[in-house]
Write a protein that binds this ligand. Structure first.
Ligand code: PXP
Length: 256
């Protein structure tokens, strides 16, 4: 095992989703981010979507001013978002595809189709001192293309692997999970060879993250340097935090 610890970026979009559901002042996005940092998160990740369905512009500003760890802004490869990112100055931008109707980011970037646009965004962001990762399917072609487009890192989309580990492909699930984990490994090893950082995210839970975190490169160094995880953490927080929340409310009622 390499001495270098892997990094955890906590995606706190769901915290904003809860707030937006009712338009309440809580939960406070910065408070949530600071709790994540206290618990060991090395990065706070948010996705500022075009439809602003959860994270708002102000949230990103507050996080930039208030967190001590790295800020990773997931965003579409658009002029408007590049302009916003340059104004705020996150440590990282992760370029992601965005479809209006999707529940969550459904796939990796279509690099070939959008090569010119992505390259322009990468160049502009890097010029502003922001490091750039590209959210891609774990394929060799996509890793090579990401390198060519000037990205500092690839974030490998692990959705298919994770879905398979949760039985999402029926009887084929075990075989699909094994195949997908191999794809992730092969893509990561190529990234390493090309001198590009290897991140991963989407769909991880507390079990399926383990085999991915244990992947090694040819030199027996851990392969995936950074994980960006949201849904499973916020879901777990609702379970482990519920008892305390109920106690606090009960006490507010019986001992006002
Ligand atoms: N990485 C990227 C690029 C994403 O779009 C998302 C989902 O917003 C994540 C990581 C986190 O995925 P999950 O919420 O499934 O852990």
């Amino acid at each position: 095992m390499s001495a270098e610890l892997q990094r955890l970026g906590v995606n706190i979009d769901h915290i904003a989703t809860l707030r937006q559901l009712r338009g309440t002042p809580y939960p406070d996005i910065l408070e949530a981010a600071l709790i994540c940092e206290r618990a060991g998160a090395t990065q706070i990740t948010v996705h500022l979507r075009e439809d602003r369905r959860h994270i708002q512009d102000d949230d990103v500003k507050k996080l930039r001013a208030g967190i001590k760890s790295s800020l990773n802004l997931e965003m579409a490869a658009s002029d408007a978002m590049v302009k916003f990112a340059k104004r705020i100055g996150p440590d990282w931008c992760c370029l992601v595809p965005e479809k209006r109707q999707e529940l969550t980011t459904e796939g990796g970037l279509a690099l070939e189709k959008n090569a010119k646009r992505i390259a322009l965004c990468v160049t502009a962001l890097k010029k502003a001192g922001i490091r750039v990762s590209l959210f891609i399917e774990p394929g060799l072609k996509a890793v090579r293309m990401s390198r060519r487009l000037g990205a500092d890192a690839v974030e490998l989309h692990t959705g298919r692997y994770c879905l398979a580990t949760q039985g999402g492909f029926g009887k084929r699930s075990g075989a699909v999970a094994a195949k997908e984990l191999k794809r992730i490994r092969d893509a990561g090893i190529l990234g390493r060879k090309l001198g590009i950082h290897v991140h991963a995210g989407h769909g991880f839970d507390f079990e399926n993250v383990r085999p991915a975190a244990a992947l090694m490169d040819d030199k027996k160094k851990t392969l995936i340097e950074e994980f960006n995880i949201g849904h499973a953490i916020v879901c777990r927080a609702a379970i482990v935090g519920l008892e305390r929340a109920v106690r606090e409310m009960y006490s507010a009622i019986v001992a006002p």
